[in-house]
Design a protein around this ligand. Structure first.
Ligand SMILES: *[C@@H]1O[C@H](CO)[C@@H](O)[C@H](O)[C@H]1NC(C)=O
Ligand SMILES: *[C@@H]1O[C@H](CO)[C@@H](O)[C@H](O)[C@H]1NC(C)=O
Length: 428
């Protein structure tokens, strides 16, 4: 298949994005919706012009699963606020990534460091493939890429499933929804062998049950329940999502403060307990989006569950209390000039993206919705005013600035901050 973009044409597209936007004044007041849209469009332009690798459909300077999150962020922007022209540009980006990212020959390895932070290493094994992949999955080992957006990590798979669901929402492209469904089918293999009374393993070596893979399993199942074409499929996804939440909330991963630790320790007798590892912001986030989708799916099914949205609000409030300083969200790895590695920079955006879906949920009580709105807007304002490189509009790791804190901005720090800007468009 021919590449949709050449590098040159992409630069022209980026310029087009900029030319239609008015200059945005910087001030300490809360910006209005038009300003958030304008700022986000400038950030999209910076992301695509400075980091999007149009040959492999991924973003330079960041990893495989982080790229799935960037795609999700762009799809949210396309859904919420993009102009028709921008929607067309973004649809081309989705199509290019869909066609090419899964052909990039690479292997993944992940290790957890002493501070409990996962470090992902993706190694390119050869030059990008330039030929068509076979339709026959049994031959995929020849390709060495993450064909079908499948690799050895169930969380990576979940991120891509959510990305293709959002790209489906933004474009109506049936192949994206079908891809999310086939990714989910592979995630289901992570339930075996059974351990800890339910849930899925983190990776295919089946040694660790953690929060992120299991929150993604909930979120993807619930999202598919709201989008699947047949009543049978909807009922199946809903059943999986409901069972997953019932297991998750009793799994021990939600601690006495109401926040969620990284995962479970499996004892010699097979029982599972909270491992007290770090409370990462993304583990307080994916579950919120999952519960919003599950609540919707239950209501559509005629089996509404009034406890889901309050449960999500309790987690969100606990996380905001524990992880914010002066109203701004921080990751623990930022302390002391820490750089959060390759994975950590994406976490905070996941929380804000998911908080926004909860904030917009009509059944959330008005006082909580209003408090979440204030939180989203003050983080977005702080990012634009203190965490942005003048000239390039690159957004950094630490949302209270400066943009170079913890190292120069990357596509991951930038995309994470963009999630907050997109959330502000919806909340404003
Ligand atoms: C991304 O990296 C590739 C390979 O190093 C390079 O050829 C390309 O120009 C880069 N693209 C951008 C937008 O930085
Ligand atoms: C896929 O390839 C395998 C191995 O070549 C072959 O046995 C199988 O019949 C093929 N399946 C389809 C659906 O073509």
């Amino acid at each position: 298949m021919a590449h949709i973009f050449s590098a040159g044409s992409l630069a022209v597209r980026a310029l087009f994005f900029m030319s239609v936007r008015p200059a945005t004044p910087s001030s300490s007041r809360v910006a209005d919706r038009v300003e958030y849209i304008s700022n986000t469009a400038s950030a999209v332009n910076a992301l695509q012009g400075q980091w999007y690798n149009d040959v492999d459909g991924l973003w330079n300077s960041t990893g495989w699963w982080n790229s799935a999150n960037l795609l999700t962020t762009l799809a949210d922007f396309a859904l919420d606020a993009a102009s028709d022209a921008e929607k067309g540009e973004l649809a081309s980006v989705f199509a290019n990534t869909f066609a090419n990212a899964q052909k990039v020959p690479q292997t993944a390895a992940k290790a957890v460091d002493a501070a409990g932070l996962v470090k992902s290493t993706y190694t390119r094994t050869k030059a990008p493939l330039t030929f068509e992949m076979p339709g026959n999955l049994s031959t995929r080992s020849e390709f060495n890429g993450f064909y079908g957006f499948i690799n050895d990590y169930y969380d990576d798979e979940g991120w891509w499933a959510l990305a293709w669901i959002r790209a489906f929402d933004a474009t109506g492209t049936a192949a994206y929804l079908a891809m999310a469904e086939s990714i989910f089918a592979d995630m289901q293999t992570g339930t075996q062998p059974a351990a800890c009374g339910g849930g899925i393993w983190w990776s295919k070596d089946r040694t660790y049950k953690n929060a992120i893979a299991n929150e993604l399993y909930l979120a993807v199942a619930a999202s598919l329940a709201n989008r699947a074409a047949t009543a049978d499929a909807r009922a199946q996804y809903l059943g999986i999502a409901a069972a997953q939440w019932a297991w998750f909330k009793a799994s021990g991963m939600i601690n006495r403060h109401g926040t969620i630790n990284d995962g479970l320790t499996i004892r010699a007798d097979g029982s599972c307990v909270n491992n007290r590892q770090t409370v990462w912001s993304y583990n307080q986030g994916v579950v919120l989006g999952g519960l919003v989708e599950l609540s919707r799916a239950q209501a559509r099914n005629g089996t509404p569950d009034a406890k889901l949205i309050p449960a999500a609000a309790a987690i969100a409030n606990a996380a905001i209390t524990k992880l914010s300083t002066a109203g701004i969200l921080h990751e623990s790895c930022e302390a002391g000039g820490g750089n959060c590695g390759g994975d950590g920079p994406t976490f905070k955006g996941v929380f804000l993206r998911s908080l926004r879906h909860l904030q917009q949920e009509p059944t959330l009580d008005a006082a909580t919705a209003s408090a979440f709105k204030t939180y989203i807007l003050q983080n977005a304002d702080s990012i634009w005013q203190t965490d942005r490189v003048a000239g390039t509009n690159q957004l950094g790791l630490v949302w209270s600035g400066p943009p170079t804190a913890g190292g120069a901005p990357t596509a991951a720090t930038h995309g994470s901050a963009m999630d907050c800007l997109v959330a502000a468009i919806a909340a404003a």
